[in-house]
Design a binder for this molecule. Structure first.
Ligand code: SF4
Ligand code: SF4
Ligand code: FES
Length: 221
C-alpha cells in the first residue's frame, strides 16, 4: 500500500471532496507530488510500510507553489519558465541524407537529464524558491538541468550562458544538493548539471584571463 492508496481510500470513504492530482500510479507522470512528513515525495511511490506508523503521517501540498485546493497546487509557473528558455537549435546535418553523426559518450551525458518526469519536487525543496520566493529571478533546478540538456547536447548551437547568468539566476544556487536528494529519477542535478553550467558561466564572464583576451581582441579590431 502506498500513500496514494491511503489518500484514495480517504477520498472514497470519508472525504469525497478531497482534491488530489494523480495519473499513472507508477512514478512516471509526475502528478502526485506532495510533502509526506515534511519531505517532497511522490504519493504513488511512497510505501506506507517504509514510513514510521507509530504516529500519524502528515500529507501536505507543495509549498513552493500557490495552493488550489487540499493537495493540489498551481504549478503553471513552471511551464511559463520553460517557454522562456531558448529551444534546441541543431547544426546543419552532417550527411547529405539529412542525418547527423554523434559520439555515444556525448549522448550518454545528456541522457540522464531527459529522464525528468517534471514532478517539480526539486523545485519545491529548493530554498531559493521555497523560502526566498525568488520565482521572478531564478528558474530552479528542474530548468537548470533542462538548460544543461540543451547546452551539452552535441548538436546544439544555441548560446544560453548570458541568460543563465542574468534572467535564469544560476548564481542564486549555492549547491546545497537538496534538489538531487529528492529527485525520484535519481538525476544528479547538482553534480552533473548545475555545477558544469556554473563553470561555463564563470569561464565566460568571470575568468580574468578570458576577460583580458576579450579586451585585447576588441582593441585589435
Ligand atoms: S543545489 Fe541549488 S538548485 Fe539545488 S536545491 Fe540547492 S540551491 Fe536549489
Ligand atoms: S529533475 Fe527530478 S525532481 Fe526535478 S522535476 Fe525532474 S524528475 Fe522531478
Ligand atoms: S501518479 Fe504518476 S507519478 Fe504518481
Amino acid at each position: 500500500m502506498v500513500v496514494l492508496d491511503a489518500v484514495n481510500q480517504i477520498q472514497a470513504a470519508q472525504a469525497n471532496d478531497l482534491a488530489c492530482r494523480w495519473n499513472c500510479k507508477a512514478g512516471k507522470c509526475g502528478s502526485c507530488s506532495a510533502e509526506i512528513n515534511g519531505m517532497p515525495r511522490l504519493l504513488c511511490m511512497s510505501r506506507l510500510s517504509e514510513l514510521p506508523l507509530e504516529k500519524p503521517i502528515t500529507i501536505e501540498p507543495l509549498k513552493a507553489f500557490p495552493l488550489l485546493k487540499d493537495l493540489v497546487t498551481d504549478v503553471s509557473w513552471n511551464f511559463a519558465v520553460k517557454k522562456k528558455i531558448k529551444p534546441f537549435k541543431p547544426r546543419a546535418p552532417d550527411a547529405a541524407d539529412g542525418t547527423w553523426r554523434m559520439a555515444q559518450a556525448d549522448i550518454d551525458r545528456v541522457q540522464e537529464f531527459r529522464k525528468c518526469i517534471e514532478c517539480f519536487l526539486c523545485q519545491d525543496v529548493c530554498h531559493v524558491l521555497r523560502e526566498h520566493r525568488l520565482h521572478e529571478q531564478f528558474i530552479g533546478p528542474r530548468f537548470l538541468i533542462h538548460v544543461a540538456a540543451l547546452e551539452m547536447h552535441p548538436l546544439d548551437t544555441e548560446d544560453r550562458l548570458a541568460e543563465l547568468r542574468a534572467a535564469h539566476g544560476i548564481g542564486f544556487c549555492n549547491i546545497t544538493k537538496c534538489c538531487t536528494k529528492v529527485c525520484p529519477e535519481s538525476i544528479q542535478l547538482t553534480d552533473n548539471g548545475i555545477i558544469p553550467l556554473k563553470e561555463r558561466v564563470v569561464d565566460r564572464f568571470y575568468d580574468p584571463l578570458v576577460k583580458l583576451l576579450r579586451r585585447l581582441k576588441a582593441k585589435a579590431q
